[in-house]
Design a protein around this ligand. Structure first.
Ligand code: SF4
Ligand code: SF4
Ligand code: FES
Length: 467
């Protein structure tokens, strides 16, 4: 493998890798703004300047591929001076409103200004100001904080496939905006807030809700469709505030779709049933008794949400024959998607047609998609994680186990409240057969329990077996 020397350290690299990435390998940070590994390189902010032996001028590390034998300095006097000058230039119009900016605490501009900038600015002219711009349902733009890095424009054209985001005018008057102030028409708008290196593009859903340093992060998987994008849940005090993408080049690269990003809202919803129900709130003993009575002596079918994990489905496969006799099990989740063959790409970026995460896993366990109840079925045990779309069930007694809204559970003989994807650990299998792991970020709210706990209490309670 070819090698180069960065700040006196020898580093091996893959041909084609740029100096920012090669330096990262040995823990050397080269600051950058316009560069993003998922977008084309434009080398326009100049923040990543480095000194390279035998080259008279500083070079931009983002646009310079490492070469065998190259000797690079990232902290020479010349580089430090250039970084200070670039920071001063980028900040001439910046309002320095970090105390009221949502990006504070995770802002590249703030961090690099602190680390590589100067406390002094020679700029005494009046700063330009703009009103906040509404960019549709997801993003709010604050042009005052923009440094014209154009990451957002490139994301639009190169990834989202839209051309609404543009730069208008020139020089000091340059403005990043949408054509005629139109909203961003993409299902991937949330990524604009992630990739903006300043607080210029923020998520409306998250603005002013929580300072980022209060948030605890859990690495998990999106349950929004059969792709299983890697993401991080940010929570505080058992409340989820946002989800952000986690890089996985083989699954989702750097992105999340908005449906998956905001899917967590149902977890916090007030209408979620979080106490055991049997035509009204009851305690767990009464709800379990009502559930058993509702199924007892009847011909039962079990519908398993394809939003459950492999472990949960396996528990059900053991529990049902022991406690519900011959009851058949089917999976459900997305109307019209009953088998892996139905699960096609839903767009040209990430989304899949199966709107639940574990259709492919449940099929591997031998479950088949639900079409209709076998004739003579009198009762249904409906188990779901929270995202699977409920099938229409008429003329049968229903017992719900898992996550339901109050309006969905109306008419159920009993509801045993369970855990959503954010409240449990478990394995899911994506459309390519890749096993990935959900991680518990928060505790199940109220009296909700994990499915394993519910089945254990059911099996061990008085009258636990009704056949
Ligand atoms: S809005 Fe953000 S991403 Fe877009 S050009 Fe400005 S600073 Fe860069
Ligand atoms: S593409 Fe699917 S898995 Fe990825 S973020 Fe969207 S809903 Fe979630
Ligand atoms: S990151 Fe290299 S020039 Fe902007």
């Amino acid at each position: 493998m070819p090698k180069c020397i960065i700040d006196g350290r020898e580093v091996e690299f893959t041909p084609g890798q740029n100096l920012v990435e090669v330096a990262k390998k040995v823990g050397i940070q080269i600051p950058f703004f316009c560069y993003h590994p998922g977008l084309t390189v434009v080398a326009q902010c100049r923040m990543c300047a480095v000194e390279i032996e035998k080259m008279p001028k500083l070079q931009t590390a983002c646009s310079t591929p490492a070469a065998d034998g190259m000797v690079v300095k990232t902290r020479s006097e010349k580089v430090i001076q250039a970084q200070k000058a670039t920071m001063e230039f980028l900040l001439i119009n910046h309002p320095l409103d970090c105390p009221v900016c949502d990006k504070a605490g995770e802002c590249d501009l703030q961090d690099f200004s602190f680390k590589y900038g100067d406390a002094y600015s020679r700029y005494t002219e009046e700063k330009r100001t703009y009103l906040d711009l509404d960019m549709g349902p997801v993003i709010k733009k604050n042009m005052n904080r923009c440094i014209h890095c154009t990451r957002c424009i490139r994301f639009g054209t190169e990834v989202a496939g839209i051309h609404e985001m543009v730069a208008v005018r020139r020089g000091n008057s340059t403005e990043i905006t949408t054509v005629d102030g139109r909203p961003l028409e993409t299902d991937y708008a949330g990524n604009y807030a992630d990739l903006c290196p300043t607080g210029s593009l923020t998520l409306k859903d998250f603005r002013f809700k929580k300072r980022v340093w209060f948030l605890k992060r859990t690495s998990t998987i999106c349950e929004g469709c059969a792709r299983g994008c890697n993401m991080t849940i940010h929570q505080d005090n058992n409340v989820i505030y946002r989800c952000t993408p986690r890089e996985n080049m083989e699954v989702n690269k750097y992105w999340l779709c908005d449906e998956g990003r905001f899917n967590f809202r149902y977890v916090n919803e007030e209408s979620r049933v979080t106490v055991p129900m049997a035509r009204g709130e009851v305690d767990w003993d009464a709800a379990l008794a009502a559930a058993r009575n509702a199924l007892s002596g009847k011909k039962v079918a079990v519908l398993v949400g394809s939003d459950l994990t492999q472990e949960e489905a396996q528990l059900l496969l053991q529990f049902v024959p022991r406690h519900l006799g011959e009851a058949p099990l089917y999976h459900f989740g997305t109307p019209g998607i009953r088998s892996p063959q139905d699960d096609m790409p839903a767009d040209r970026i990430l989304k899949r047609k199966s709107k639940t995460a574990n259709l492919h896993g449940l099929e591997k366990l031998g479950l088949k998609g639900f079409e209709a109840l076998p004739s003579g079925t009198q009762a249904v045990l409906l188990v779901r994680g929270g995202r699977a779309r409920l099938p229409e069930l008429k003329g049968v007694v229903t017992v719900g186990v898992g996550v339901f809204r109050a309006d969905e559970a109306q008419g159920f003989a009993a509801v045993l409240p369970g855990a959503s994807f954010a409240e449990k650990d478990g394995t899911i299998v994506n459309f390519e057969g890749r096993e990935q792991h959900l991680r518990r970020a928060i505790n199940p709210p109220g009296q909700s329990k994990l499915l394993s706990e519910i089945l254990m209490v059911w099996a061990n309670s008085k009258g636990g077996t009704h056949v």
